[in-house]
Each structure stands twice: as C-alpha cells, then as structure tokens.
Design a protein around this ligand. Structure first.
Ligand code: COA
Length: 166
C-alpha cells in the first residue's frame, strides 16, 4: 500500500527543526506532502507563495517530498490528496497537550487519517519560526537555524520593506 503523509504547518519560515522532521518522515512513508497553511489569523511575515517556494527549495533534495499550499481544514485537504497520515513534530512536553487535543479533533473530523508524532531532535527543541523571525528582525545571527535560502529571503524582504524592526 502506497502511504502518503502530510506534514502541515505555517512554515513562516521553515527552520532546520522542520527540515529534520520532514527528512525523517520521508524515510518512513512512500510520499510526504509538506502542507503550507495559509494561516491568515497568524498574519505571516512571508506570503503563502514565499513560504511554499522556500519549503520547495529546501526539501528539493528529498526525492519523495513535495510542497502544497492549503486553506481551511487540514483534514479536508488531507482527504483531497488521498493522504492517510498527518505528521506532527513534538519538541517538548509543552507541545503534547495541544497536539493531542488537535489530533483528537482531526480524528473526529476524519477517522481514516492517523496522526503520527515525531520527536524533534534534542538540538532543536527550543526552536520555532517566531524565534527565527525575532532574531532576524533585530539583525542577529540566526543562520544556523535555517537553510541559507531563508537568510537570503529575509534580506530581500527587509530590503523591500526598507528597514529592520525596532
Ligand atoms: N521545529 C521547529 N519549530 C517547530 C517545530 C519543529 N519541529 N514544530 C513546531 N514548530 C513551531 C512552528 O514553527 C510554530 O512556530 P511559530 O508559532 O513561531 O510560527 C510553532 O512551533 C507552533 O507550531 P504549530 O502548532 O505546528 O503551528 P503552525 O502554525 O506551524 O501549524 C497548523 C498549525 C497549520 C498545522 C494547524 O493550525 C492547522 O491544521 N490549521 C488548519 C485548520 C485546522 O484544520 N485546524 C485543526 C482543526 S480545529
């Protein structure tokens, strides 16, 4: 049986923590779709197109990984691409309560889709996209937390905006 898994997130931007989870998932499943959520309520720094394009470049070396944007319910998107598994990364025990709650809701919405948790590598348990954005905004060094294409994207974006944050 060919199993497609979806790894969803806002990926604003994708970090090395996300890449680690995606890489490990790609070894477990026939196909992995990185589902980039529009997440309008989060008011992302990078546009949906930019987030998709960065995730596509970063995961290009992983042969069985592709990237797709989605809006609305994750389970509806998962069904539409005939996906049976949702991957979630767990960084710390603090992620657990929330993730189990969401997994329960998703299972209720679509019982045929299973949620599989992958424990984030020890090195990345503190990492999040907002931490990366915060360091970038203050012109600190975040280069070890992201792929070089993300550093370029921040530089381009701040050049467009004309200034760094306060
Ligand atoms: N490494 C680094 N950072 C990680 C990580 C990892 N392994 N795992 C999670 N994170 C970070 C994320 O980057 C994010 O950082 P940020 O808040 O600074 O941007 C934070 O941890 C929270 O992650 P997460 O809970 O995965 O949020 P998300 O915004 O990335 O993704 C969706 C959430 C898109 C998966 C979820 O909102 C969704 O499914 N939305 C669609 C609507 C829906 O169906 N909801 C569920 C039913 S109610």
């Amino acid at each position: 049986m060919h199993v497609t898994a979806i790894y969803p997130g806002t990926f604003d931007p994708m970090t090395v923590g996300h890449t680690d989870v995606a890489e490990r998932a790609s070894r477990m499943f026939d196909e992995v779709v990185i589902g980039v959520a529009a997440s309008k309520r989060k008011n992302p720094f990078f546009s949906l197109e930019e987030r998709v394009s960065l995730a596509t470049e970063i995961t290009a070396p992983l042969g069985n990984v592709s990237v797709q944007p989605f809006e609305g319910l994750l389970m509806r998107f998962a069904k539409s691409i005939d996906c049976r598994v949702v991957i979630r990364g767990l960084r710390a025990i603090s992620d657990f309560d929330y993730e189990v709650q969401i997994a329960g809701v998703n299972r209720h919405l679509e019982p045929s889709v299973e949620t599989v948790f992958i424990a984030a590598s020890q090195d990345y348990t503190f990492l999040s996209s907002s931490i990366v954005r915060e360091i970038a905004r203050h012109e600190g060094d975040y280069s070890s937390f992201v792929h070089p294409v993300v550093v370029d994207a921040f530089q381009r974006k701040y050049a467009e905006l004309g200034e760094f944050g306060e």
